[in-house]
Design a protein around this ligand. Structure first.
Ligand code: NAD
Length: 332
């Protein structure tokens, strides 16, 4: 088993902590949060707790860290873990700028450490089927993606929470949920070429925006239309349109507690065919893939180009949201 420390015991750190009980290759051995209140949760799990990240990095029993901390800290926490020779699973987004993403990826490669990323949507069974239908050529050449990931979980956050900060969570709905769709789009369509994004605060107190629309143009001429709102109830939809057919995946519930999906496929000349998928623990599947990579059993299935490509597109989203207009991305 690979021994891991969870860093950050908020919503997602505790979610991951609970899921790790069922991991086939990761064992949670330590927990860290700057907030001493984290001690209560850690003690209930029988885990040593510390308010200092350095304690986990100095612990020879810890093979890897799982970073569930605010976005603006990811870069420095990754580089500190590399210096301490720990493998890293970082929650999304990997970094907030393309140059920081490159620095993190290169540091891990140079030190021969695994870098996992919390993009569990890639591991959802219907998304894997969508990928298979596309990669096999069955639905033909990609034309366009339409996707939406919205939720209203943050409506009661206090005004000083990091998720409402333009520094920690730029283009609010994009760093919260839209980033998963951006990552999927990059994984399917390749590097983004240009981005236009509009973020507004319309229906909540979320001061860094609750309503986002982005049009991403890709180097291969395709587009992705991404919608993310934080003031409407949960909805998740990802559709890939291609020149022989289309595939749409609709979530039945928030990925936090999956209730399954409906995949609809339509091939030219045919009628839409609907298939139900049962709930699946994609977050854990992703973590176990990370564990397999640390143990040397299989490479982690997200390439360096994709890790950087998603953040290059994200940085362009930030710039367009801030300044308006179309922003060219820097392609790898
Ligand atoms: N993959 C997913 O679907 C998913 C879902 C939710 C959140 N996330 C990601 O998880 C991360 C955390 O989000 P959250 O919703 O749990 O936030 P949160 O605010 O609920 O929790 C963050 C925790 O980190 C702690 N913290 C802050 N700085 C720290 C430091 N230097 N060292 C140790 N602990 C520190 C805070 O005290 C807090 O308890 C973010 O990157 C977010 O995007 C991913």
């Amino acid at each position: 088993m690979v021994s891991v420390a969870v860093i950050g015991l908020g919503w997602w750190g505790k979610t991951i902590g609970r899921l790790l009980a069922a991991s086939r290759n990761l064992k949670l051995v330590r927990a860290v949060d700057v907030d001493p209140k984290g001690a209560e949760w850690a003690s209930a799990q029988g885990l040593p707790f510390s308010t200092n990240y350095g304690d986990a990095l100095a612990d020879p029993k810890v093979d890897a860290v799982i970073l569930c901390t605010p976005h603006a800290q990811h870069r420095s926490q990754i580089l500190d873990a590399v210096a301490a020779r720990k493998h890293i699973f970082c929650e999304k987004p990997l970094a907030l700028t393309r140059s920081d993403a490159i620095e993190c990826v290169q540091a891990c490669r140079t030190a021969k450490l695994v870098l996992g990323i919390g993009h569990e949507r890639r591991f959802e069974p219907p998304i894997l089927e969508l990928r298979r239908l596309y990669d096999s050529g069955e639905i033909g050449m990609a034309l366009q993606i339409e996707a939406n990931f919205s939720q209203d979980k943050f409506l009661n956050l206090p005004a000083d929470n990091w998720r409402l900060s333009a520094k920690d969570a730029p283009a609010g709905p994009m760093t919260a949920t839209g980033i998963h769709l951006l990552d999927l789009a990059v994984s399917i369509l390749g590097p983004a070429r240009r981005v236009v994004c509009n973020v507004s605060q319309l229906g909540s107190q979320l001061s860094n925006g609750d309503t986002l629309a982005t049009l991403v143009g890709f180097a291969n001429g395709t587009n992705a239309l991404i919608s993310a709102m934080l003031a409407t109830p949960f909805v998740g939809r990802f559709a890939l349109y291609a020149n022989k057919g289309w595939v749409e995946v609709v979530d039945k519930a928030h990925p936090e507690s999956s209730e399954g999906w409906v995949l609809t496929k339509c091939l030219r000349g045919g009628r839409p065919e609907r298939k139900d998928y049962p709930a699946a623990p994609a977050v854990l599947t992703n973590l176990d893939a990370f564990g397999d990579a640390v143990a040397g059993r299989a490479p982690y299935p997200v390439s360096d180009a994709e890790l950087v490509g998603t953040i290059a597109a994200l940085e362009a989203v930030f710039t367009s949201a801030r300044k308006g207009g179309t922003v060219e991305t820097v392609v790898n």
